[in-house]
Design a protein around this ligand. Structure first.
Ligand SMILES: [Zn+2]
Length: 117
């Protein structure tokens, strides 16, 4: 299985590889060069995001490390790539502080890209 997947990787990057998670992949191209509004982070998202942060005010990554940090970002656990179901599904959201979102998430996405998990 690993070998077959590895071979497919060059042809169909990452889409197949994550089928054991609930997703589609973190393909960087869809968001490059777009504003947040073009990505779907429009007014409706701002509203939903603020409500979510009221209910989930703490960074979940920091909480895992035993720290209590106010969250300021609602992150999609699975990259939604413009998929509205993933985008609006709150089960796919997590509250993060900015530093965690910028550092840990990037690392996770980079790792996902390399390992295709
Ligand atoms: Zn944090």
């Amino acid at each position: 299985m690993e070998c077959g997947v590895a071979r497919l990787k060059t042809l169909r990057p990452r889409l197949v590889l994550q089928s054991n998670r609930l997703t589609v992949a973190a393909e960087p191209s869809w968001r490059s060069g777009k504003t947040s509004t073009q990505r779907g982070y429009g007014y409706r998202w701002q509203q939903a995001r603020e409500r979510y942060l009221l209910d989930n005010p703490l960074c979940v990554y920091c909480a895992r490390k035993g720290m209590t940090t106010a969250a300021s970002v609602v992150d999609h656990i699975v990259a939604h790539q413009g998929n509205p179901d993933l985008f609006w599904n709150q089960a796919n959201w997590q509250a993060l502080c900015k530093p965690c979102h910028d550092s840990e998430k990037q690392r996770e996405e980079a790792a996902a890209g390399q390992r295709g998990r």
